[in-house]
Structure formats: C-alpha cells, structure tokens
Design a binder for this molecule. Structure first.
Ligand SMILES: Cc1ncc(COP(=O)(O)O)c(C=O)c1O
Length: 511
C-alpha cells in the first residue's frame, strides 16, 4: 500500500486535534552507532571460554543494522506514537457490530488484583478456589441473563464460542445416530457463522432475509429438511434489527429435528429485556469483550463463553467447573468426567482477566443496571437514525436495536462513497464506523453508538456526519481526498484490494 508521508507540523496541518504534531522518524533513522540502552558493570568473573560460547550454527548473521538507541529514545518514540491512536477513552467509537463501549475502570482494578492477575495457569484447583468460585458465579450469571441452562467459559473469542457450539451440535446429532450435513445461515449473518459451520464440515445453505431485512418463517421452512443440523441466527441481526419471527422460526427448525444456534454477539441490546433461551435458542455464544465491557480491538484479547440448553450439556467442553457438595466438602473442582464432551478448547482458562472484568461489570451494574444499558444503547441508535435519516439513505427504515445501518446511496450524484465519508470522519476527530458490512447493503455504514454516549456527544457526532453530507454536495473533492489531518494520507486501498490473496503453503518445517 502506498501513502505519502505528510508535513504534519501544526502550521502545515491547521489542525492540532491529533496530538503531537511533527513527523516521527523511524527508530532506524534515529539510530546512532554505539548508542546503547543499558550500562552494565565491568565483568568481575572470568569470561566464558570459547568452547562454552554458543555454537556457530546457532548464531544469526542477519542481525546487523539493528537500531542503536538509548532507553529514553525508545520510550519517547513509542510513547509519542501511542498518542496517535484512537481509543474508546478518547471519544465515541462507532464501530458497528463491535460494541466499543466504555470500559469502567473499576473492572481494571478487579482484574489487576494480585490473587487473579498473578495466579499461575497451571496452579492446581485446590489453590485456585477464588478463581473457580468466580468462574462458577459468572457462568451462573450468564445462564440467568441468557435463559440457558449451562455455560462454559472456555472459548477465548466469539468465533471460538461458535466453533464450540457447532461442535456440540455435531456431537448431539452423531450421538443420536443422525447424519445431518447442512447448516442454514441467513444472508445477513456475520462471516464467522458460515466459517464455524464450514470448519465443522457442514454445507452452508444461505437463507435470504425478507424485503424488511428480517428472516421470515417461510424462507426457513422452504430449506428445512432431514439433512439440516441447525440454523445459525444472530439476534439482533447485523442490520441492527430484532428477528421478530424467531420463536416461529425456532419451532420450524425443531420440528424438523434441527437445533437453533444463537449468535449472541449483539446481546447488548437485549440485556434484562429478552433472553435467547426463552426464544427457542439451544446453544449460543456471548462476546464478553463486547456486551460486558473489557477493552478489545486490534485482534484481542477476547472471551466467548458458550451457553447451552440441557440437551447439549453432555457435550460441553472440559473441564467443567463444579461446586462440591455433601461429603466432598465446600469449594469447587474441575470436572473432566464428561464422556461425550467435545474436549478441551485450549490449555488453560482462556483470557482470565476478561472473565474477571465481565464479572465485575455484571455485579457492579446488577439486573437494573444491565437493563438500563440495553435501553440506552437502543435509544442512542434510534436517535442517531432519526437525525441522520434525511442526509443518508436508510436501506431498512424501521426502529433498530443497538445499531443502525445507513448507506451512501443518497450521495450518488456527488461521487462521494461510504469510504470517503469514513475517511472524512477522521478529520472530525472520530474513528470511522464499520463500512461495507453487512454485505447485503451496498455501501453500508454501520454505526453502533453504544450506551456510553451522552446526548451532547451523539449530537456532535451527528453534526459531523451531516457536515460531511453537505460538503459532499459543495466540495466533493475534499471529502474524496480525506483524511487531511493525519500523519499519513489515504492508503491506496483500491490497489491493495487488487492484490492477489496469498495462500498458506506448507514449508519444509511444517510437514
Ligand atoms: C455478530 C457477530 N458474531 C460473531 C462475532 C465474532 O466474535 P469474535 O470477534 O470475538 O471472534 C462478531 C464479532 O464482532 C460479531 O459481531
């Protein structure tokens, strides 16, 4: 990808909103021969004999040319660069489908408690009673919030929760001696849904959503059959819409012997209001890093617990946290005696800090607080939609849940596209929303304000989007060449998009 380096001095920028305003050389450019970041005392023991030195075969010859710098050079370099990042602690982060809500600092305090943060992953259960107690309570809370019977905290991301869920569906049918090889996935689904089904060896049958954006029972009935293992349904959907026919749809799938997987990544909109387990869902995952705060983004870390109804409980991943009872005494144990389990998902307990944060979040808000989160998230998304409707096209114009999806169709005559709007938002001091997703909306702009934002904060964001729509009419080139206030100009995404996709090839050491 090509990008011009900019003269970003304040006077050149005319916009000091983005932190320190001068060009930051690379560490390689700052390097000075002989400069070091350590000072060691003179050797006061004999130097190692040549034969004790590392064998020549282990020495790398390609390490020359590394930057030579002092400690303060390095610390300042990275600290300066860190101020160029956008973060949820800096402002509204409207990345649709990602629920980039504010993370209360109290959660951080809880996760940093030494008893949690410093416990060793291989510590025996007898010495991990505090953590196991927390896991057990968190499982119970998640089951209560979602209406599921059992929860496993093992999956380390939403996608791994899906993988675990579909593995349990496969194990369930196999145990009953049924060979079902298809999974139904609506066309509005998140990409991880078909991927999880595919990874489990299923054929994916895409089910079209209706003209109103939601899935209709007739569309499911038309493809339901004895070969269908399950339907995977995201509710609210990636269009931000409540799947209002979910109960009927679940009945159709169950009547045909299939199970219903609920993608619970968007649970933020339902907290304390509706429970997937009451709507016919048999198995679901949670995205703790979205619904229950916790910083995320940039690839991790995450936590994607999976919840099941009792019919799938025998297949839960092991180990299962169990409260001791009767003659066993008090406390908690790790149970591996699940003969039908799909097995272990990873070596230890996943990203334990996320579990502690989610627990702290749930306990500090309580049932009323969680419900209020959902109400405010839905109110905020509908407020944005109401204010933006005149300037941007709304493909499915109806009340939304936690996010709204707009498109660039109204800007068509100006030559300005969704990507240009997203880039121009950076000049207004915002992280762009999710763009070109969901795939069923051409030029989608997917905005999820979350419950964290005040009315004034939402208004400032809307004003920026309205200003961009006006600018598109009178000065489209400024929008099309945005961003103008960043250290790098726009990346050449069209060229990048044309690059062939590199496929992994086994190397000599991979066989
Ligand atoms: C609807 C939906 N399903 C699944 C996922 C996958 O979750 P993860 O990114 O934690 O793997 C996401 C991620 O944002 C999502 O939005």
């Amino acid at each position: 990808m090509s990008a011009d380096r900019r003269d970003v001095r304040p006077e050149a920028l005319g916009n000091a909103a983005h932190g320190l305003a001068y060009e930051e050389p690379l560490l390689f450019e700052r390097s000075r021969p002989g400069r070091v970041g350590y000072s060691l005392p003179a050797l006061d023991v004999p130097a190692v004999a040549p034969e004790e030195e590392l064998p020549a075969s282990l020495l790398r010859a390609d390490c020359e040319g590394l930057p030579e710098l002092s400690e303060v050079d390095v610390v300042r370099h990275f600290t300066r660069i860190s101020t160029w990042n956008y973060a949820v602690d800096l402002g509204l982060y409207p990345l649709g489908s990602c629920t980039m809500k504010y993370n209360p600092k109290m959660n951080e305090v809880a996760a940093a408690l030494a008893g949690f943060a410093r416990s060793h992953p291989l510590q025996p259960a007898a010495l991990s009673q505090g953590l196991l107690h927390l896991f057990h309570e968190l499982e119970t809370h998640l089951a209560e919030i979602s209406g599921m019977d059992r929860v496993s905290l093992q999956p380390a991301a939403g996608a791994q929760g899906e993988l675990a869920g579909v593995m349990m569906i496969r194990a369930y049918h196999a145990h009953r001696g049924e060979r079902r090889r298809k999974i139904l996935v609506p066309d509005s689904a998140h990409g991880t849904n078909p991927a999880s089904a595919g990874l489990n060896g299923y054929e994916i049958v895409s089910v079209p959503s209706g003209a109103d954006g939601v899935l209709h029972p007739e569309a499911v009935a038309a493809v339901m059959g004895p070969e269908v293992a399950a339907l995977m349904l995201t509710n609210p959907s990636t269009l931000g819409l409540f799947e209002e026919h979910i109960v009927r749809i679940a009945e159709i799938v169950h009547a045909g012997g299939g199970l219903v997987y609920g993608d619970g990544a968007n649970l933020n909109a339902l907290l304390g209001i509706a429970r997937p387990g009451d709507l016919g869902i048999d198995v679901m995952h949670f995205n703790l890093h979205k619904t229950f705060s916790t910083p995320h983004g940039g690839g991790g870390p995450g936590a994607g617990p999976v919840g099941v109804k009792n019919l799938l409980a025998p297949y839960l991943p092991v180990p299962v946290v169990r409260r001791l009872s009767g003659s066993e005494g008090d406390g908690f144990a790790l149970d591996y005696e699940f003969p039908h389990s799909i097995g272990r998902l990873h070596g230890n307990f996943g990203n334990v800090g996320m579990l502690v944060r989610a627990f702290a979040y749930i306990r500090s808000l309580g049932p009323d607080g969680l419900r209020r989160c959902a109400e405010m998230a839905v109110l905020n998304a509908n407020y944005l939609l109401a204010r933006l409707r005149g300037a941007y096209h709304v493909p499915f114009d109806r009340p939304v849940m936690h996010e709204c999806v707009l498109s660039d169709a109204k800007l068509e005559g100006t030559g300005v596209t969704t990507l240009d709007v997203a880039k121009r938002l950076i000049d207004h001091g915002y992280h762009p929303p999710t763009v070109y997703f969901p795939l069923i909306v051409h030029g989608a702009l997917m905005i999820e304000p979350t419950e964290s934002e005040s009315l004034e904060g939402l208004d400032r964001f809307v004003d920026a989007l309205l200003a961009i729509a006006r600018e598109a009419e009178i000065d489209p080139e400024t929008v099309r060449s945005a961003p103008h206030s960043t250290r790098l100009s726009r990346l050449d995404e069209t060229r990048a998009a044309r690059k062939p996709i590199l496929r992994w090839q086994p190397g000599p050491s991979d066989s």
